[in-house]
Write a protein that binds this ligand. Sequence first.
Ligand code: HEC
Length: 247
Amino acid sequence: MPALVCALAFSGASSSAQAQAAHAPGEAVYAKYCASCHDQVDARIPTRASLTQMSPARILRTLDFGLMMSIASPIQRDDREAVANFLGKGADDTKPLASAFCKPADRKIMSAGARESWSGWSPDSANTRYQPSRSAGLKAADLGKLELKWAFGFAGDVTAFAAPTIVNGTMFVGSAGGTVQALDAKSGCLYWTYQANGPVRAAMGVSSDGARISLVFRIKTVGSIRSMRAPAHPHGRSEWSRTRRRG
Ligand code: HEC
């Protein structure tokens, strides 16, 4: 008798495992296309546990337009959705809280002097990445006394890579999720955000025709370069974009 009980229990367990496998194609897609990198420990690769904190929609965007676009190219759309739903346990990316935005008493966008600027990759064309003491408002002797003044989290992201660009006291920075944000460099309050269709990987360039300032940035992997007005606008607005043809 005990043998029969055992046999029944065994066959029940195996059929439920089969049913689960049939209903978890996302797990199979993960094992085939993702596990070789995301299951191993490497400082550059987000762990599987950190991917589960993202929302399915955010993971799908990474596969369709983002950093994993080349890896996902052989994967059918249904399987991309399946792996995104299998991995993503996080809530959908939320909009910034109302309290994150600048208040009327805060200084206006780009209202500080040109001295408070750090244009893209390096403030000078010699690429020294050097900021003179007058612009930085710091002396070498002050460096040991620096303290954290404010912090800003990129909603839904597990990596950050683009260096910020600062124009007249306003910081423009892109994120892995493709959001460009305009922040007051002094207080960290948010003026506006703009959603691009791919990760903004590097510092934005700044061009000015005297009357207005535009930000130029490259959307990595989509191969697109976009110019955006950076005005005293409630939202950033894209002016033009060029997409490089592949091959
Ligand atoms: C060849 C190794 C490799 C494979 C295979 C791979 N990834 Fe990644 N993945 C990476 C690395 C490296 C990063 C970090 C990239 C960076 O920050 O530049 C990353 C980052 C990510 C991110 C976060 C990106 C962001 O937008 O912040 C997601 C989500 C992700 N991978 C999902 C997947 C999924 C889903 C699969 C399988 C379909 C997959 N990856 C397969 C190496 C890999």
